[in-house]
Write a protein that binds this ligand. Structure first.
Ligand code: ADP
Length: 218
């Protein structure tokens, strides 16, 4: 993979996190999820967490300056020197412009962008059925990919948790934020000729294989 930064674009529930984990493992570069960083800050009740909590619970976007600061700081760490995957960022045109400025300042070229497209019906099932291991972060789904024992992770016995924002009202708001603020990024990146659209309605393994094959050649 030649690009220094890989961006995963897609609606909530499109499978960005699942794919980012797989690609990160495959290429040995870190996955940076702004959602995970923000949730961790909320849990630890840091100043960042306190500032972001209300927005996240409402299904709205956290202000650009806040998330851009997180990404700038995290991607400056040593493990990002060889490249990184952004999952859940950028989500607005202004965040996309920030990525470009940041990469440019570090002497890197444009990012490569994977857009994961999933039908609205499937998105809703994925989000309402999602459960995540509190220990290792493995993602399950009660409809499609249940754990062997209900509520318990197959890998390490950790408790499976539903995200606070995976309830119907918040999901609706998150999808609206996606349509209004994030979807315009597709056209933006098409214009730069850096976008690969993939069918996210398929099984995660099949999607991951298509994406990693493509990235190995590009
Ligand atoms: P999803 O993509 O399933 O909605 P994430 O875990 O990526 O979930 O994000 C959860 C929440 O964190 C978002 O609804 C938003 O409030 C906040 N968030 C994450 N990334 C960003 C971002 N790049 N810009 C603004 N807010 C963000």
């Amino acid at each position: 993979m030649r690009a220094h930064a890989l961006i995963l674009l897609g609606a909530p529930g499109a499978g960005k996190g699942t794919q980012a984990r797989e690609i990160a493992r495959h290429f040995g570069i870190p996955q940076i999820s702004t959602g995970d960083i923000l949730r961790d800050a909320v849990k630890r009740q840091t100043a960042l967490g306190l500032a972001a909590k209300a927005k996240m619970e409402a299904g709205e976007l956290v202000p650009d300056e806040v998330v851009c600061g997180i990404v700038e700081e995290r991607t400056n760490e040593a493990d990002c020197q060889k490249g990184f995957i952004l999952d859940g960022f950028p989500r607005t045109i202004s965040q996309a412009q920030f990525v470009e400025r940041m990469l440019g300042a570090r002497g890197k070229g444009l990012p490569l962008v994977i857009d994961i497209e999933v039908s609205e019906e499937l998105l809703l099932k994925r989000l309402t059925g999602r459960a995540t291991c509190s220990v290792c972060g493995e993602i399950y789904n009660i409809y499609f990919n249940p754990s062997k024992v209900e509520g318990i992770c197959d890998k390490d016995g950790g408790k499976l948790l539903h995200r606070a924002d995976d309830n119907e009202a918040t999901i609706r708001q998150r999808l609206e934020a996606y349509h209004e603020q994030t979807r315009p990024l597709i056209e933006y990146y098409q214009g730069q000729n850096v976008l690969l659209a993939v069918d996210g309605n398929k099984e995660p393994e099949a999607i991951a294989k298509g994406v990693t094959d493509f990235l190995s050649k590009s």
